[in-house]
Ligand binder design. Structure first.
Ligand code: FAD
Ligand code: NAD
Length: 473
């Protein structure tokens, strides 16, 4: 067995791990990154990027089909069709360009990438079973001063309906849903959260019949109800069948359907060619010797402090492994921070807000506190919303559903939260995050000239409205 030394060993090359490694390399820290599958992790390979590509393809196809029925804009289209194999190849091309780019950035930063699975021996050494090992005996032992754990997360499985795996069976996770060989005629989605609704809507637009089974009484239950109403309207318009307050009991006897139980305890079968299970993800903590470190845990995730230190000295954890919110931008921010702390910078992870965007139709974006959360936090707040129905840009985009809402302290007008639903509003995360991070007051946003005509004008108008002086509503 070969042995080598490094200062920092990063286990896992997702957005958390690869950003940490790049920043550490830039700071002159000798760094080894160990990745068992492909750099870019869940996000670039089977998460954020491929899902947004598929959603875009589905949107474009639906637009063409909509036009085929006649268009107020005067566009004429005849019999649009989709070649899903080509769609998947196009999506894979984007993934390939991005993961190739990450490989180049790691190289430029002087990071050594070991392609293989790592097994933790102790807090200062990891055995890497090299992917190119040929006879399977090529193991490298890497000894390090600092061990950064960035192993991400895996989809939760239902015990009544385990994933079919590579057999091509009916029960799939988001990974398989992002690379379909063919479009299923009937798709049942279990879970109306981020993945269930983003991909459920995309499959519906691509032409599948889609039914969604959700345990709670609402879609996107982590968001407030007013925000999800326009999404609910789209689901209805597109004919996505919702079974709320229902749980799945397992596959039907012939494997061509799902047995579902409602709150009233009646059971029925939903026909399905594929079943996408999207009931959440859990940190990846098993199968690589993590338990031998006896780290303090917080539920299923590794407990970390505000510098992403675990309970063991010089062992760090970031990203999905360190719990909620399981979002790529949080993993990246933590990765950058850990590299800088190891380099001796004074940093701590205390963001004013971590924005979250859901790429449904229309999109939803939140940052900071909504009115109910602010109240729970004991704040006396005022809030105001500005509807896209009276925004000129929204009208010209034929997309007037939704609104922007601001939440601010009543006493000093400090903004504590933003929420929006509407076409393209994920891009407003930037404005929302900046205003919260810079401790903006309502007057700061209301007094900023926003370009016309843009959807962003609704941000300024929401602030004006909260001050009692809206101009356009
Ligand atoms: P991961 O990206 O999971 O990376 C972990 C890496 O570690 C993997 O590459 C894995 O192979 C490797 N690894 C694990 N164990 C070992 C080992 N022992 N040895 C070697 N390598 C190992 N987030 C957003 O912010 N926006 C979105 O739009 C979004 N969309 C998503 C869509 C889908 C379908 C999914 C599934 C997730 C989405 N997410 C999104 C979540 C996002 O992908 C994750 O939050 C993010 O990837 C977490 O980054 P990470 O670095 O913690 O872990
Ligand atoms: P989720 O937590 O967003 O949603 C899971 C849904 O499943 C919830 O509505 C829950 O009530 C429901 N549920 C749970 N158990 C159930 C059961 N037995 N039967 C029926 N419904 C059940 O989880 P997800 O959609 O799997 O996504 C996982 C994570 O990935 C997200 O939490 C997020 O962190 C990340 N993600 C983010 C984005 C984004 O940022 N746009 C997109 C996709 C995924």
């Amino acid at each position: 067995m070969r042995t080598q030394q490094t200062n920092l060993l990063v286990l896992g090359g997702g957005p958390g791990g690869y950003v940490a490694a790049i920043r550490a390399g830039q700071l002159g820290i000798p760094t080894v990154l160990v990745e068992g599958e492909r750099v870019g992790g869940t996000c670039l390979n089977v998460g954020c990027i491929p899902s947004k590509a598929l959603i875009h393809a589905a949107d474009e196809f639906e637009k063409a089909r909509h036009w085929a029925n006649g268009s107020a804009l005067g566009i004429r289209v005849q019999q649009p069709a989709i070649d899903i194999a080509q769609t998947v190849r196009w999506k894979d091309g984007i993934v390939g360009r991005l993961t190739g780019g990450v490989g180049s950035l790691l190289k430029k930063a002087g990071v050594q990438v070991l392609a293989g699975w790592g097994t933790i021996r102790d807090g200062k050494s990891v055995d890497v079973q090299m992917a190119s090992g040929g006879m399977g005996s090529d193991t490298v032992r890497v000894q390090c001063e600092h061990l950064l754990l960035a192993t991400g997360s895996v989809p939760l499985e239902l015990s009544s309906m385990p994933f079919s795996g590579p057999s091509g069976g009916p029960v799939i996770s988001s990974t398989e849903a992002l690379s379909p060989d063919a479009l299923p005629k009937r798709l049942v989605v279990v879970g109306a959260g981020y993945i269930g609704l983003e991909l459920g809507l995309a499959y519906r637009k691509l032409g599948a019949e889609v039914a969604v089974v959700e345990a709670t009484e609402r879609v996107l239950p982590s968001y407030d109800e007013e925000l999800t109403r326009p999404v609910l309207a789209t689901l209805k318009r597109l004919g996505v069948v919702l079974h709320l307050g229902c749980s799945v009991e397992g596959l039907a006897g012939d494997g061509r359907g799902v047995r579902v139980r409602s709150v009233r305890a009646d059971e029925f079968v939903l026909p399905a060619d594929k079943v996408l299970v999207a009931v959440g993800r859990r940190p990846r903590t098993e199968g690589f010797g993590l338990e031998s470190l006896l780290l303090e845990m917080s539920g299923r995730s590794v407990r970390v402090d505000e510098q992403c230190r675990t309970s063991m000295r010089n062992v760090w954890a970031i990203g999905d492994l360190a719990g909620e919110p399981m979002l790529a931008h949080r993993a990246m921010a933590q990765g950058e921070l850990v590299a800088e702390v190891i380099a001796g910078h004074r940093r701590s992870f205390m963001p004013a807000a971590i924005p979250a965007a859901c790429f449904t139709d229309p999109e939803v974006v939140v940052a900071g506190l909504d009115p109910a959360a602010a109240e729970r936090a004991g704040l006396d707040v005022l809030s105001a919303a500005f509807p896209f129905a009276v925004n000129g840009r929204a009208m010209s985009l034929e997309s007037t559903d939704g609104f922007v809402r601001v939440v601010a302290r009543r006493d000093n007008h400090l903004i504590v939260g933003w929420q929006a639903v509407g076409r393209g509003v994920s891009e407003l995360a930037t404005a929302f995050g900046q205003s919260l991070e810079m401790a903006a007051r309502l007057e700061d946003v209301a007094g900023t000239i926003h370009a016309h005509p843009t959807l962003g004008e609704a941000v300024q108008e929401a602030a004006l409205r909260a001050l009692g002086r809206a101009l356009h509503v």
